[in-house]
Structure formats: C-alpha cells, structure tokens
Design a protein around this ligand. Sequence first.
Ligand code: BES
Ligand code: MN
Ligand code: ZN
Length: 513
Amino acid sequence: MRTELSFTPLATIATELLAVLAADTQTEKGPDAKPKPTLLTADPAVQAAAANVLATGEYKGGANETILLHAPAGLAAKRLLIVGVGKLAKATVHSVRDAAGTAVRYAKPRGIREVALALPSFESLRGAAVARAAVEGAFVGDFDADTYRSDRKDQSIQTFTLAVAGTLTVADDAGRAAVEAAFAEGVIVGESQNFARSLVNEPGNKLTPTILGQRAALMAQEVGLGWEVHSTEKLHELKMGAFWSVSQGSAEPPALIVLRYEPAGVTDGPVLGLVGKGITFDTGGISIKPADNMEQMKYDMAGGAAMIGAMRAIALLKPKVRVIAVVCAAENMPSGTAQKPGDVQTAMPIAPDKPGKTIEIINTDAEGRLVLADGLTYARQLGATHLIDAATLTGAISVALGKITAGAFSNDDAAYDKFESALAISGEKFWRLPLGDAYADLIKSDIGDIKNTGGRWGGAIIAAEFLHVFAEDTPWIHLDIAGMAWVEEKRPFIAKGPSGIGVRSILEWVRSF
Ligand code: BES
Ligand code: MN
Ligand code: ZN
C-alpha cells in the first residue's frame, strides 16, 4: 500500500473514494434522544455533500457504521464514504484508527483501489496522534489472510491518502511538521504490524523454525539490525536444556533468533530484552492435543513474531536505547525422540559456574514456558536490564479475560507503568493479573526445582510464575496473548486471521525508555 499526505482542499481530491468521519453528538439520554450524526470534517463542500443523507436519520454515526454516496455533488471524488466513530464523548484516537481500517475494508472487496481519508478537523480529534493512528488503521485494514488461495484477487489498496487540509494549526501537535512526522511513523508501525501478521499467518509447513529465522534475518538486513540465527549446536553449547527439550521431538531443528538494535553513541543506560515464544507448530507433544482446532496451533509463534515486528519498527524509528530480541523457535512434536512426562530437564544456567534449574515435565504441552525459560536467561546473560516477553502461552488466559483483552504480568511496577503508558498510545488492550508466592508454590517439584504445570486453576498466573523463576529480580513484563493473537470473527476494521497484537505496545514501551 502506497501512502501519501495531501494538503489540498478535500473537494479537489480526485480519488475513487473519499472517507470522512462522523460521530454521534447526541448528549441527551432516553427514548426520545435520537442519534445526531455529525461530520468531524468542517470542510463546507463535504458538509454540503453529506447534508441530505445525514438529515434522513438512516445513518447514526455508530462506531464503524458506514454509508456510501456515489458521485457526491461538489466533490472531485467518485464516492464519499461516511464512517462513524460512535458517541463523540467516547471517541478517541483509537476510534479513528478503527474507522480508517473500516474505510479500507469497505473499499477492498468492491474493487476500489484508492482511498483518501480526511483527518478529522474536530478539535479533540485532530493532530499528530490521530494522523498516526489513521495510517496504522489503514494498514491494519489492508491485511487479508488468504495468501494461498489460487483464485486470490489482489485486493490490496494501491494508494492510501491522508487528507489533512483544514486540520492543521500553525504549530503544536496539529502543526504541519508534527503531522508529517506522525504520518511517517504510522506507516512504519502499520507495516511492521502487518509484517508480524504475515509471519503468524504462515502454516507450520511453510514456516518452520529455520524459515522463521531466515525471515527475521532478511528483515534485519533490510532495516540494519544486527542478527544471529543459531540452532541445535548453540543450544547445547549454552546448555539450553529447557528449550532443547521441546525441539528434540521434531525433525525440524530449532532456531535461536537474536536481533540487536544498537544505536550509535548509546553505550550506557538500560538494555531492553525482548523475548518471544516461537513455536511454529504446537501439537502438544506426547501430551498431544485433541484434533479439534489443532490447526490453529500454527499461530503459536505469534509472540515471537510480535518481537520481530517490533524490532523492525524500532530499527526504523531509532529510539535512543539498546534493544536485543531473543526468539526461541521450535516445533513441538510427538515422536520417538520427544520428551516424555516425568522427564527432568536442566534449564540454561545464568552463569557458567552456576547450576541451571531443574524442571520436571508434567505436561509436554506446556512447552512455551520451557523455551521462554532459556530465552529469558539468555537475554539476561546478553546484558538485558529489563525484560518483556510475549507468548501465546495459555488457554487459561482466554478463560480469564475472554478474547477481548490480553493478559499482562510484571514483577516491577515502574516497568509496568511504562507499559500502561504505551497502551494509551497503542490502543491495544491488556490487563494486569497478579503474581504471588502462593501461585509459585504450586509449581514446586518433588524430584527437582520446579515442574512445568501446577494444576487446573489460575493456569495463566501459574505459567507466569514459571517464567518469573527465570526472570528473577530483573524488571520483567510477561504478555500472554494466546486469546488475542488470532481474530476469530472478522470485524469492520480487521480481517479474520492474525491480529499482530503486541507489536505496537512493545514498540511504545521501548520508546518510553
Ligand atoms: N500454545 C498453547 C496455548 C494456546 C492455547 C495458545 C490456545 C493459543 C490458543 C500452549 O502451549 C498450551 O498448550 N498450553 C496449555 C498449558 C497446560 C498444559 C498447562 C494449555 O493452555 O492448555
Ligand atoms: Mn502447548
Ligand atoms: Zn504452545
């Protein structure tokens, strides 16, 4: 998708489709309070073109509600699409992100290849942050998962234009320079999120750990990140017994993917460690999963993909902080060489002269925490002062939070505060759940240090406590995205398929240092 900023008056933009936003400005409540759809674009030509349809009452300005006008009088555009953001009082920059996605997804199946979106001129919904969100939303909307359909028509939007005429002020956040910079950022962020989504979308046979490593390396070369991709030998050398135990049952070798962002001149301060679960397919191993829905387990590398996508954005946006990503990629398979319940594995030691922690394997399907255990230790050994991990770790997180909100955990309030601020920018929904010794007690093992599962209740928290054993006192955030990595029902602004959750929030967390 090509993107451009336009400063010309809306009426003169000759495009296939001009999208403008509307909100419901009704503030009264009660049965007589009819919706009051109001355009968020002050441009008189657009106002005139939309006046009749808004007066009919058939359009309410609800969130992502659309209505289309052909050959709108007085406009050079062939079509005018009105997209709602819902109640004005509740509308935010995130509503605009979604509305932009809705405009793009409206156009795609109708053979419309050009979309221009008018940045709202409404006081509280204009300026840099809104411009950025709008471009991001357009990229989110442009993604479809049908990569391998042989009759796939390429429906991608060719040109997305953000029209800002009439919204700019002389300076500040709505100044031209600020909006231009935010627009450029939105392109990078949107492309990076879609890059992560394209990885998550790949089936297990097309994206093995080795291929994930190649894709990450190719991206790293393109954007100028340092990178290394290791395999079996290095896992043995580093004594990554937990990571290796997952991959030992597969014919596909594991990949230990390391991406480094080292900005020039930054030699001290924090080193942020991004650790991702990269299970390219999770059968459950010997504790094999039921056949129903097992095909979904191709997206069990979504945490790793989020880190790879975030690193792409970091490389291009160049924050002044060092970042190192560690993605532990493996395939969890049952076979004659697979690990068994009851096996005891020794995790990577934090230093060569220290013993690694021993793990009793109760369930080979609790494999994500095993690869992350060694990933977290390795990131710390490479100098990470702060850690964040992302993983499709537990089904239990969906039981707790549904498929509406992702889970977050942290051993450090200061690090987590930064993450909360990042969420305000990203618009992604995470909710912090507790950690605690009483949960940690549930994974004490009789034969070794810890076991990899701890009973039925509080499964997402127990998994987090397992990781906590390896993060120790290093400030650490754990993101359980199992319920959010895949969009199960299409929405007006996003296709069914990989969501790319995490990329934006992790990026903003990094930028907050
Ligand atoms: N990859 C799964 C978790 C998952 C489930 C991700 C559904 C996405 C959708 C993970 O490896 C797993 O199997 N977890 C087990 C843990 C259990 C054995 C303690 C689970 O959640 O059932
Ligand atoms: Mn599993
Ligand atoms: Zn898994």
